[in-house]
Design a protein around this ligand. Structure first.
Ligand code: NAD
Length: 514
């Protein structure tokens, strides 16, 4: 079923539930209802569609299609390849509002937030449009007498993206445009919780002129992921999701000789120094911690306050919390939508129970919140803990919900020690008006993505993105120059064209560059 037909079926009252299709070799592959699982609208709690549960057979079909399409795609002239990217970019821009509506419907985040997600994904598509220059190698004439050297960047083969529920457009479009631009063919395995915007992406590629088999989609969970990780026809995998699954994908994939990077869970801390602009810091903490119901890997969910910063920040945060509007993401004026699933809502509630039991001060409790017009929606209010300490599980573990924890310390050094001692390292921020302190933090902190008075420091689309420690497995980051390296094999070529009459004499000495 096409995206348009699915949408029409979803919207028609009393119509049977639409069933999404895998996308293999340039066309939808339909499945029987018994091989599907439910897709929920978290704002209503109702099932709105069914998504295929793919396994080894579908993965094998997608790998076969991707392998068959690889030689021609690899050999397509770079300008022709980039023209397809420009055409896709135009279509993605034209369909940005539709993509955003599909994200809000499946995930629950607010429509403006979903639209921004699409635009942040578009940035990487735009970066990939410049593929002829991105793939340029190095050329060094005269490395030795009559000897030149140059490098080539060639695709690795069939690449895979395994992506999470929380950014159904942005995370895939941080991965596949670069994989495709480098001349690889691709299989996307998106999250089954938020599949609505995926097929539209496949359809837009087809309209843009991408040859069949170059971009494929297989839906499914553990079985599909295992089949992709173990398939001998898969050469490279970028995974984004939880640390437990990402570690398995990385360890199994690399053991089987594939290139793998996994970008995984996070628990980010925002340090607030006493000289910070407290109004700015309060806005930042609320926006970062509760935006998208806290379901962002770059959310700053620990607010580490130094000296009297905590006493001054907390009332400003409480004022803002009192004004927050929680409701369906498509409604104008809503700040925060529902949690994406009933199970995850229950898990976040368990974390709040745990924080209270561990002795954190429960300043604002989101557990009792019910939306009056949508009692079956997966809504939860926002929660604020104070006096969270490093011994607590709510300090150490990712909750991935609208739960903020304030931590009190006396010095900058203590704050830095807490951030650097954490098991996760994805993003961090510091709020201060002291340029020297900000500079010191930038140099001292062991976290790769840093915001100075910026709470969600997601680098621009042409820059690389990725964490460290338990937030990433593998050496290269996602997007940007690192992704070009990840999705290509480099060759170094050394060339001699002897001039007539100047052939070098036989020598058994190791070649010197002179
Ligand atoms: P998840 O690990 O549950 O799912 C990620 C992918 O793995 C999905 O495609 C899913 O279908 C698949 N999967 C799930 N369980 C599996 C299993 N047992 N075996 C094999 N595959 C399985 O993650 P999620 O809940 O979709 O996403 C939230 C997580 O992703 C959070 O931990 C968040 O921090 C992380 N995340 C990280 C980044 C980053 O860049 N570091 C970005 C976004 C999200």
């Amino acid at each position: 079923m096409t995206t348009e037909a699915t949408r029409a079926a979803t919207e028609a009252p009393g119509a049977p539930l639409p069933i999404l299709s895998h996308w293999i070799d340039g066309r939808p592959v339909e499945v029987l209802p018994e091989a599907t699982g439910p897709v929920y609208n978290p704002a209503t709690g109702k099932v709105i569609a069914r998504v295929p549960r793919g396994g080894a057979a579908e993965v094998d079909a997608a790998v076969t299609a991707a392998r068959a399409a690889f030689p021609a795609w690899r050999d397509m002239p770079l300008i022709a390849r980039s023209q397809i990217f420009f055409a896709f970019r135009e279509r993605m821009w034209q369909h940005r509002e539709e993509l955003a509506r599909l994200i809000t419907r499946d995930h629950g985040k607010t429509y403006p937030d979903a639209l921004t997600e699409v635009l942040r994904g578009l940035e990487t598509v735009e970066y990939a449009c410049g593929l002829p220059t991105l793939l340029a190698g190095m050329n060094t004439p005269g490395v030795s007498t009559n000897v030149d050297a140059h490098t080539l960047r060639q695709p690795v083969g069939v690449a895979v993206g395994i992506t999470p529920f929380n950014f159904p457009v942005m995370v895939p479009t941080w991965i596949y445009p670069i994989a495709l631009a480098c001349g690889n063919t691709f299989i996307l395995k998106p999250s089954s919780h938020t599949p609505g915007a995926t097929q539209l992406q496949a359809e837009l590629w087809k309209e843009a002129g991408l040859p069949d088999g170059v971009f494929n989609v297989v839906y499914g969970g553990r079985e599909a992921v295992q089949a992709l990780v173990e398939h001998p026809g898969v050469d490279a995998i970028q995974f984004v999701g939880s640390t437990a699954v990402g570690r398995y994908v990385y360890e199994t994939g690399t053991h089987l000789g594939k290139r793998v990077t996994s970008f995984t869970s996070a628990k980010n801390a925002m340090v607030v120094l006493p000289d910070a602009d407290m109004e700015l810091a309060a806005d930042a903490a609320i926006a970062s911690g509760y935006g998208s119901a806290g379901e962002r890997c770059m959310a700053q969910t620990l607010i580490v306050t130094v000296g009297d910063a905590g006493d001054r920040l907390r009332p400003l945060m409480e004022e803002r919390i009192a004004r927050l509007n929680v409701g369906p993401g498509m409604e104008p004026g809503v700040d925060m939508g529902p949690i994406y699933s009933a199970e995850h809502r229950a898990s976040v509630i368990e974390w709040i129970d745990r924080g209270a039991t561990e002795g954190a001060e429960l300043v604002v409790d989101g557990r009792p919140f019910r939306h009056p017009d949508s009692p079956d929606g997966f809504f939860l209010g926002v929660t604020l803990f104070d006096h969270v300490t490093p011994e607590m599980k709510v300090f150490n573990e990712e909750i991935f919900g609208p739960v903020l924890g304030m931590v009190r310390v006396s010095t900058y050094g203590e704050a830095l020690g807490l951030v650097n001692g954490h098991q996760y390292a994805n993003g961090t921020a510091i709020f201060t008006t002291d340029g020297g302190a900000a500079r010191r933090y930038e140099l001292d902190v062991d976290v790769p993505m840093i915001g100075i008075n910026v709470p969600i420091p997601v680098p621009a689309g042409y820059m690389s993105f990725g964490g460290a420690k338990l937030s990433a497995f593998g050496d290269l980051k996602m997007r940007g120059e690192d992704s070009i390296r990840f999705f290509t094999r480099e060759k170094e070529v050394t060339v001699r064209w002897p001039e007539p009459g100047r052939r070098p004499a036989l020598s058994l000495v190791f070649p010197s560059n002179s």
